[in-house]
Design a protein around this ligand. Sequence first.
Ligand code: FES
Ligand SMILES: [Fe+2]
Length: 426
Amino acid sequence: MSSAARLHDRYPELGRDPLPIDPYVSKDYWEREKKHLFKKTWLQVGRVEELKKTGDYFVKKLHACDAEVVVVRTKSGDIKAYHNVCAHRLNQVVYEERGNTRKFFCKFHGWAYDLDGKLTGVPDEEFFFDLDRCKYGLSKVACDVWQGFIFVNIDPEPALSLADFIKPMYEGIEGYPFEKFTSCFSWTTEVNCNWKLALDAFQEAYHVAYVHGHSIADAIKADDGGSLHPIDGECGEYHRRLSMAGNTRTVYGNPQAATQSAEAASATIAHAAKERPIASAALRAGAGKTKLSFGPEDLPEGLNWTGSPDWIFDINVVFPEFYLSLRPNYYQAYNFRPISENRTLVDARVYYPEMEGAGGRFYQEYMKVALRDVLLEDMSTLERTQTATETGAKSHIILQDYELMCRHGAAVVDRILDAAEEKEPA
Ligand code: FES
Ligand SMILES: [Fe+2]
């Protein structure tokens, strides 16, 4: 894209001004986000593969909603969510992070709830006063599934259905075979920074040449001037997405690495051998060993939406904090769950197809470590940036054209908070 055709030109409503730092540091802004945004929107909490059997459950703490939810597969096969709060004296009903159960038993006085949240057992029930069990089930949380991703909404009556929320930008990626990427590795950490500041580091490529200068910078295709930037970017009412171009002669930059045969990957293997011999050896060992054949021709039309031959992956940022990056050979699903105005839980998961044989396992282990290192590089600036922002030495941050997604993220939050407060009685 030439400098004449700027991404910002498409979104004049977002402006081009520097952004104030208040949303990244202010306790007051954080309280507004909790009240008007996080307690009112759909939040991704897991995948259906985590709840395979009846009674499988997991618990998610959602600080931004002042809530903890239990998500469970019921007897009918549905996935439901409840507040983790006993109706008696409000103990948490579930203590374990995940498991399988027939019923939920409160450990305080033994009340029992079935998987549909109904109160089914009360010890010494005769000593209560006309206790109507029907009134004292677990409190339901809105829960729905999109492409195998489980979302909850703390608002008992969500303003939008999950489908209406997601589809305007992401209908075109439906059909991506998420369920076939069954080999998952993950990292979880708490970082002392604002959730938007963390997410921003993942929704622009401007940093890649520096933060990832020794790891993956050569895997991103540079323009004629040597700059690394997306092929294209789009901003929706809530969500946003970026499409990236890769250097297919590198292992990381080849979207078919390991899904294609060693013969087809020979140019990548040979080129990588010079600069990155271990990556090259790993690909040689793992090429063609995936149990999933999913080439560019199989991509749903919403991936590589510009049709670029250099395409490597898309970054989809599902509002507010779910980063979903898709390629033909693996995908990344990262959440940046806010804990406070300057603390964020980063929950990063990478999903691979199953690999065959020792060579396939070696390749996968190599990629696991390589992606971990890239993630650590991304983490390396976050706490320093937060600390520096909190000094107040600067009142604003400055964004270039290809940092549009950071601007859009901030603008959507602002818009939601302002609109909600406008409706509030004075
Ligand atoms: S608080 Fe749960 S049974 Fe008493
Ligand atoms: Fe990065």
